[in-house]
Write a protein that binds this ligand. Structure first.
Ligand code: HEC
Length: 282
């Protein structure tokens, strides 16, 4: 155990040392880059191998409690919330989202559905929740995000199989693809600018080729994920919010049609990919 922790620490130091270097030091370190990348990969692998080292599991527990606790103006729990498999059925539900919900007459991803249940069942005010839906650096994931983390975790080992028979489900995937490929904003970026080629990266951050099913299957099922650099769980809605921000686009509204469509597109690309949430990200 001690040796294991020692090795984990050494790998973490190697990974963090890179972040603490200046630009000129970095360029002289280029030759060692592959070693550094290997050390970071090793560090991540060790975190994965020891599930108790993942702080995201604390939010899984928090989410489970929140789900079952009577809350909101109506003081009821979320146990009657239908995630697509019937009221209160959680296990495996995440693998079949986003999907069309007849009661809302729209396609929803997990977080949008939770927002809907919090509003309709518990009486929370939607506008209040979506005003600041994501945590700042160092803050824990918000309550809705913790519940989403628990639900995603309950689908671990399942493979993405979001339904696609309903016309609105087809529409959502098509809209997501159009948004993914459309260049816009002051930088004229599309998602494809950063995520449509293999092996691309910004500094040391790998940019997954999300338009390729092979890579999408590897990473999409890892969200919500614990992000080491911001020390909290980040949900998929939050991840996309941040990418929109990087594109200098108007804020991506939580639960908006655009956000659900992008997630529908990504999950469609990841169809058949395994769910392993919450994973650990840099
Ligand atoms: C300017 C480049 C850029 C653009 C444009 C961009 N992203 Fe990203 N994306 C990133 C970076 C950087 C990361 C995080 C890499 C890291 O933290 O290691 C990321 C990560 C992601 C991830 C998580 C990948 C993983 O490793 O699990 C997803 C999903 C994603 N982006 C989706 C999108 C979508 C959808 C769009 C378009 C709305 C988009 N991105 C536009 C740079 C970009």
């Amino acid at each position: 155990m001690l040796t294991r922790r020692g090795a984990l620490f050494a790998a973490a130091v190697a990974a963090l040392a890179w972040c603490g270097t200046s630009a000129s030091e970095r360029s002289s370190l280029r030759g060692q880059e592959t070693d550094t990348e290997r050390a970071i990969e090793h560090y991540r692998q060790m975190l994965k191998d020891d599930p108790w080292s993942n702080p995201g599991l604390l939010d899984v527990d928090r989410g489970e409690t929140l789900w079952a606790t009577p809350r909101g103006p109506k003081n009821v729990s979320l146990e009657a919330c239908d995630l697509g498999k019937g009221p209160g059925k959680v296990e495996g539900a995440f693998a079949e989202l986003p999907r069309y919900f007849a009661d809302a007459d729209q396609v929803m991803d997990l977080e949008t559905r939770l927002l809907w249940c919090m509003e309709k069942l518990q009486g929370f005010n939607r506008a209040d929740i979506i005003k600041r839906p994501h945590p700042g650096g160092g803050q824990p994931v918000k309550e809705l995000g913790a519940i989403a983390t628990w639900i995603a975790h309950q689908a671990n080992g399942a493979r993405f199989a979001a339904p696609s028979a309903h016309p609105k489900e087809k529409e959502a995937v098509a809209l997501g693809q159009a948004l993914f490929e459309r260049r816009s904003g002051p930088f004229d970026f599309a998602c494809t600018t950063c995520h449509a080629e293999p092996g691309k990266r910004i500094r040391l951050q790998g940019l997954p080729h999300l338009a390729s099913p092979e890579e999408a299957r590897k990473v999409i099922g890892e969200w919500p994920a614990y992000r080491v650099s911001s020390t909290h769980v980040m949900t998929m809605q939050h991840r996309l919010y941040d990418c929109y921000w990087q594109m200098r686009m108007p804020e991506l509204e939580f639960g908006s049609e655009a956000s659900v469509a992008l997630i529908a597109y990504l999950v469609n690309k990841a169809d058949g990919g395994e769910i392993t949430a919450p994973a650990i990200k840099r």
